[in-house]
Design a protein around this ligand. Structure first.
Ligand code: FES
Length: 159
């Protein structure tokens, strides 16, 4: 399941403006990618091609950066982003069960976005809150001592 990204003339013009500015400084790629993520809500391959051409970089390099960093995504994300930590401390305390509960409730697999664009479910590595394990985040807010019932409660409260 995925949501289609809108690559409008207006958004592209904004991106070209950003690149024009960034090209005047050293290392224009990362700031351009951050802005592209903001402008389009993600950095799909069509946008990567535009950036590659304009900044004289290879698509392979840009795609590598986009897929490596969690701040970037190739597909649009939902309004509500749920991230379940599967780092070691969380995993041994049952975070897989919490992820399964979210998957069941949202009818999504980890990494997917609902067709209505409301939810993205993801799994992540350690978020640095192991003392609260198992953890998950909802739009960046950390929830600790997570349980399956807490996961279900959160989904109910979001609906
Ligand atoms: S392993 Fe989950 S917060 Fe560290």
């Amino acid at each position: 399941m995925s949501v289609k990204v809108q690559i409008t003339e207006e958004r592209l013009a904004k991106l070209y403006g950003v690149m024009e500015e960034n090209k005047k400084k050293p290392g224009p790629l990362m700031p351009t990618l951050h802005e592209a993520q903001k402008i389009f809500g993600c950095i799909p391959i069509e946008v990567q091609k535009v950036i590659a051409k304009e900044l004289n970089e290879s698509i392979a390099k840009i795609n590598g950066v986009v897929t490596f960093y969690g701040n970037f995504s190739i597909e649009p994300k939902g309004e509500t982003i749920i991230n379940v930590c599967l780092g070691t401390a969380c995993y041994v305390r049952g975070s897989q069960g919490v992820l399964d509960a979210f998957q069941d409730c949202l009818k999504l697999k980890a990494g997917e976005t609902s067709e209505d664009g409301k939810y993205t479910l993801q799994s992540t590595r350690c978020i640095g809150a192991c003392g609260l394990a198992p953890t998950f985040t909802v739009n960046g807010t950390v929830y600790g001592n997570a349980t399956v019932s807490k996961a279900k409660e959160i989904i109910e409260s979001l609906r």
